[in-house]
Design a protein around this ligand. Sequence first.
Ligand code: FE2
Length: 372
Amino acid sequence: MALKSADIIADGDAIRAKWADGMSARFHAIWLRDNAQDEATRDAGNGQRLIALSEIPSGIRVTGAKSHGDVLNVTFSNGHVTRFPEDWLRTHAYDRAHVATPWSDAITLWRGDHTIRCAGLGDLQSNPDALRQWLAAVRRDGVAKVHGLPTTSGSLEKVVNLFGYIRETNYGRWFEVRSEINPTNLAYTNLGLQAHTDNPYRDPVPGLQILACLENTVEGGESGVVDGFAAAETLRQENPDGFEALARYPARFEYAGSSGVRLTSKRPVIERNPDGEVIAIRFNNRSMAAVTDIPFDDMGVWYAALRRLGEIIDAPDSQITFRLDPGEAFIVDNTRVLHARNAFSSGGMRWLQGCYADKDGLLSTLSTLEAS
Ligand code: FE2
């Protein structure tokens, strides 16, 4: 879209740019100088900024602004001259009403009737388009499945190798989720695990978890996933004050292992960006510590909200339940999607391996694939 005009306003403290379709946006002189796209300001190779803010005069003004259709030429009071591609300016315009929304445009909230995207490991390894779509599903839904993994120890690394690196913890590169039932003692029951996010006592929490199945001959033991953001949205609609309490006040989480590990964190159950967008859920009853950072008068509201959030998460229609067979794995965004395990009680073996990875690596790979 071509630029129609650019006028200096407020004695050169800003300009007003207008486009042919009627769009209009003001830009401050300091913002324009700081974000100049020229080689004196940005490295031509890696795009990193070459100047510090202290090198720009605090009272800098625009002394010249001329639009030439697809570029805007700007001269500053300190003599610097630069040019902005009009489409860059348009994309980065900030002169608009900022409406705070709790959910990013990049995600879609879902409930138990949602279908999880599933792809074969071989296809993901050899077909960039299939990988792009699968990674985009992780970004959008916070969960996806893979089939076709070798049923050998450590094969879950092949899933992480598609987009990034394992995040090693005190549990190792990966950990065993293995239960053997004594068939002569049917009273022995492996209890189900309520839907939870992993390791809320770490700061930052692992952004992604991968769980792969190597063996599964038990009855029961199905895996389940719940969209924690959708659950939080239900709470927000039902009880805005309760949602606010869970987002406003920090909870405390802790884990003390047997080998000198003491991990603690002080973070809210519902975490928001400063602009109000929810960026993480922490929900794990087993590792919640005594909460001591909530005023006496608000503790009751906070507990009622946490109880209700748990009820929403536990509701059958919130959860997608599936059996994980040998050679299958699933990945969850551990800042958003909770995972659960049903009880299992028959004879047989259930052997899963799990590992963590960072979300920024996945999003980086996705972004690269989308740009190519
Ligand atoms: Fe877990």
